[in-house]
Design a protein. Structure first.
Length: 487
């Protein structure tokens, strides 16, 4: 059976490359090639820049309220096509349908809707300076590049394009080569909604295409989501033309469970924050610090619920709540970390092996895995695994656990479970992380800024402040009296 071949999406339509080079995309749950995608060669790259220049000229000349109206149409189409788009995400990523159906498209649409609403509300300032005055204008940056990871492909494309387009910029987006289709669907929807051709372009390929974007002098900003190591390369490359950058990178986030916490709620949070999207979420609380007084209760309930309530299998089955990892290579990486945990002396409470469910026997599944008896210096406790692998640690002193939680170069997220409201705020204020939850974990509404401390990132996505990251301020001084000059 021949599979479809998708071309790059440039200037409002699909455009064939000249080299004819393509790459294959597999369904992680079946190990089968589902389609091919053309790689953005030099011809496509040049066309993308020219298209974005024209798109920017048209889009930035429109009033914010016109842009807002068009973006809201795109939001309506995204919601109408929820199921079709959710299926694309399930087949590309291996994540369960029961997640994609209510999260991926919806949270993407929410963010575009949020920024569409804010666009007309952006104002400059005006101030008198004696008889003279100045005023400021918030102007778009120009062409912005978005580079996405593979775990939430459509959502990431929406989160980057929402504020960029609302502020009047044009975008060239490169999805991960593991999951290229969601961004193409979004590009088609933008055109259908009335976004002018050239405003949102999708280029396809691996690292080389990303490198071209980060180095290209016509691009004013790069918003990147991916690994810390790649983020450093992107930033170094962007420095060559002093591009603005937003970096949404990895994490190794702590969840602190105090002895007055509702233990069942804390177990729910720990499971959500390690097994949702089969553990492939950047904010996951992969280091769970549990107070010694509730430790046994916590791990007993965790083991029972993990062994009884998780259903792995064909991700399109609405009952399935644990999908396949993104690739064979990633499955091996995650299993390698599990071996390392065992070698370094952690105890497997449950899981630890590859899985081959009857309904998806060739998929890249890994059992939901919990390690106990973990120590802070173990590899599984220090490094981001990006799979369903949780490490549980014990503590008995508040100051000590804060110090342990902060002892990492990463700082994406953190959580605290306690019924003591003073302790909740006191502790969370001391945790070095950009996204924090109290008696909750993982919720990320469009209104709330998200981003990392330390090496987990630079800048923010979502929330009011993000719109400013897609504009530049022009100050205009107006003289109202004769110029005083010594010449
Ligand atoms: P990678 O860093 O491997 O890749 C991210 C993107 O960058 C991909 O599109 C990739 O292309 C591209 N890329 C790779 N090398 C370069 C380069 N030198 N220059 C420019 N672009 C390049 O991340 P993953 O896709 O593996 O995603 C997982 C990581 O993303 C995890 O660390 C996770 O924590 C992080 N993440 C962070 C989030 C956040 O908001 N903080 C959210 C989601 C994920 P290709 O894949 O095609 O090779």
């Amino acid at each position: 059976m021949t599979t479809p071949v998708y071309e790059n999406f440039i200037n409002g339509h699909f455009l064939k490359n000249q080299t004819g080079d393509t790459f294959a995309v597999k369904n992680p749950a079946t190990d089968e090639v589902i389609y091919h995608v053309e790689i953005a060669d030099e011809f496509i790259q040049n066309a993308a820049i020219e298209s974005a220049k024209q798109g920017f000229a048209a889009w930035s000349a429109m009033t914010p309220i016109e842009r807002s109206r068009i973006l809201l149409k795109a939001v309506a189409i995204l919601r109408e096509r929820n199921d079709e788009l959710a299926k694309v995400e399930v087949l590309d990523t291996g994540k369960p349908w029961q997640e994609a159906e209510c999260v991926d498209v919806e949270t993407g649409a929410d963010v575009i809707e949020y920024f569409a609403g804010l666009a007309p509300a952006q104002v400059g300032q005006q101030q008198m300076v004696g008889n003279d005055f100045y005023y400021t204008r918030k102007e778009p940056l120009g062409i912005c590049a978005g580079i996405g990871a593979w775990n939430y492909p459509l959502q990431i494309a929406c989160w980057k394009s929402g504020p960029a387009l609302a502020a009047g910029n044009a975008v060239i987006f490169k999805p991960s080569e593991e999951t290229p289709l969601g961004a193409i669907k979004l590009a088609e929807i933008f055109i259908e909604a009335g976004v002018p051709a050239g405003v949102f372009n999708v280029v396809q390929g691996a690292a080389e295409v990303g490198q071209w974007l980060t180095a290209n002098p016509n691009i004013e900003k790069v918003s990147f989501t991916g690994e810390v190591g790649t983020g450093k390369k992107v930033m170094a490359s962007a420095a060559g033309s002093l591009k603005d950058v937003t970096m949404e990178l990895g994490g190794k986030s702590p969840l602190l469970v105090f002895d007055d916490a509702d233990v069942s709620q804390a177990v729910s949070a720990a499971m959500l924050g390690n097994f949702y999207t089969q553990g492939e979420i950047c904010t996951n609380c992969t280091r769970i610090y549990v107070h010694k007084n509730v430790y046994q209760q916590f791990i007993d309930e965790l083991k029972t619920r993990t062994e009884q309530n998780i259903i792995a299998g064909d991700p399109m089955d609405p009952e399935v709540n644990l999908g396949a990892l993104i690739s064979k290579k990633h499955q091996e990486l995650v299993l390698g970390y599990i071996d390392k945990g065992i070698q370094e002396g952690a105890t497997l409470l449950t899981g630890g092996k590859a899985l081959s469910p009857a309904s998806a026997p060739s998929g890249y599944f890994v059992e939901p895995t919990v390690f106990v008896d973990c120590k802070d210096d173990m590899t599984i406790v220090k490094e981001e695994i990006f799979g369903p692998v949780m490490s549980v640690l014990v503590f008995d002193d508040e100051d000590d656990v804060i110090q342990r939680a902060n002892d990492t170069h990463l700082g994406l997220a953190a959580g605290v479970f306690t019924k003591d409201i003073q302790r909740a705020h006191r502790v969370i204020h001391q945790l070095q992380a950009g996204i924090c939850w109290i008696n909750s974990y993982g919720n990320s509404p469009a209104e709330m800024p998200v981003g990392g401390y330390k090496q987990s990132g630079i800048g923010r996505e979502n929330g009011i402040e993000t719109l400013d990251h897609y504009t530049q301020t022009k100050s205009i001084y107006v003289g109202m009296s004769n110029i005083e000059s010594p010449f």
